[in-house]
Write a protein that binds this ligand. Structure first.
Ligand SMILES: *Cc1c(COP(=O)(O)O)cnc(C)c1O
Length: 384
């Protein structure tokens, strides 16, 4: 039995069942199981302009279904949690940061988080918000938390795959009145449920493993605090960072296979990590699911699946480029979490503090033996 196979939510429902049924409306005779996308800029609205559906930037029935679905996965069995869908992960992240922080506030960001965070930092600073950073590993963000209004956590971090102890950090943050938001992109709600671990917000890009097909961008924010969510909702209305109905519907359709994809991709990532660890040209191998990985102990306490991303370094940039070129069933592409494996030399973007030969590998849903064989062959062929 794997960790994800048992129910820890108290709802009497496993992850697979929850994923295939998430957000579905009550059955209505002759209606589809999952209603199709509603394309509407406005809705019939005679008289008083009251909800639920008035104007397309405020609400859309297709979002409502998707938001319920994500809420059921992030906070199973809880009626009090509220979810808002956004146009992208960055739209969701910006919505939390810019709706909660004011000039004079302090925010703590991870020093090793998603590569757009340094740009966010510049913008926050321009608005008069003090930004402190510390690495994810060893719970180092605790060291710079004093007096902060909001703590932003990314665990596992992307692309370094460090993990911090969410329960411990949340406890310290709440003791001094600091709000905690967790970027749950890499883990997905089937890998980790930040609200159960105490966080005030779980925020993610739905572009990655949540939807898993590399065909749409999406983001979301979940919280149990209605007051906090009212300000996030207001921000979404102001900036209009809303998902299209087609994207929202595709995302909901894709959620049905989340457990199947997450289990296969997690198993493939582990198989890959085990194959890579004995290769002499590979250094700095990281995968939180490897029992001797520095992240494993804490990851095992708070995660139920360890994700599909494996990172490692080859000796040089040229070696890494040869390796990527030699792969046959793995696309050289950015992003991660899709059913088709991707890998990239992360240093090509600048921004991440990684060695030139650093590879971020996202395991897809191919047959394990085919994927491992392709990687080992590409390593053999790319040897100097
Ligand atoms: C991709 C990613 C984001 C941004 O999501 P988009 O959907 O591309 O806007 C944020 N955080 C993490 C950890 C990511 O991997």
């Amino acid at each position: 039995m794997r960790p994800g196979d048992f129910d820890t939510s108290g709802t009497g429902t496993g992850d697979g069942t929850r994923a295939v049924r998430a957000g579905l409306p009550e059955p209505v005779k002759h209606e589809p199981t999952l209603p199709g996308p509603v394309f509407a800029a406005h809705f019939h609205l005679p008289g008083e302009p009251t909800g639920p559906y008035t104007y397309g930037r405020d609400e859309n029935p297709t979002w409502t279904h998707l938001e319920r679905a994500i809420g059921e996965l992030e906070a199973p069995g809880e009626d009090g949690a509220e979810t808002l869908a956004f146009a992208s992960g960055m739209a969701a992240i910006s919505a939390v940061l810019f709706s909660q922080l004011r000039a004079g506030d302090t925010v703590v960001l991870p020093a090793d988080g998603y590569q757009v965070l340094p740009l966010v930092r510049e913008q926050l600073t321009a608005y008069g918000i003090e930004v402190r950073t510390a690495p994810t590993g060893n719970d180092a963000q605790l060291g710079v938390l004093d007096g902060a209004k909001l703590l932003w956590i990314e665990t596992p971090s992307n692309p370094g795959l460090d993990v911090c102890d969410l329960r411990r950090i949340v406890e310290a943050a709440h003791a001094q009145g600091t709000l905690v938001a967790v970027d749950n992109t890499l883990a997905t709600p089937l890998g980790q449920r930040p609200l159960e671990l105490g966080a005030d917000f779980s925020v993610a890009s739905g572009t990655k493993m949540l939807t898993g097909h590399g065909d749409l961008l999406l983001g979301y924010v979940v919280s149990r605090d209605a007051g906090l969510m009212a300000s996030v909702r207001r921000w979404r209305k102001i900036v209009g960072a809303i998902p299209g109905p087609m994207e929202a519907w595709l995302a909901h359709r894709s959620l049905a296979t989340l457990q199947l994809r997450a289990d296969r991709q997690t198993a493939n990532a582990l198989a890959l990590a085990e194959a890579l660890r004995v290769r002499p040209e590979v250094s700095g191998l990281r995968y939180p699911g490897l029992p001797d990985d520095p992240s494993h102990k804490i990851a095992a306490q708070q995660m139920r699946r360890f994700g599909c991303v494996v990172s490692f370094s080859l000796p040089t940039r040229a070696h890494a480029d040869r390796f990527l070129k030699a792969l046959r069933i793995v696309d050289d592409a950015t992003s991660f979490g899709g059913v088709r494996s991707t890998a990239e030399r992360r240093g090509r973007w600048g921004g991440d503090a990684v060695p030139e030969g650093f590879i971020r590998f996202s395991a897809g849903a191919e047959d394990s033996q085919d994927l491992v064989a392709d990687v080992l062959r590409a390593l053999d062929e790319s040897a100097p």
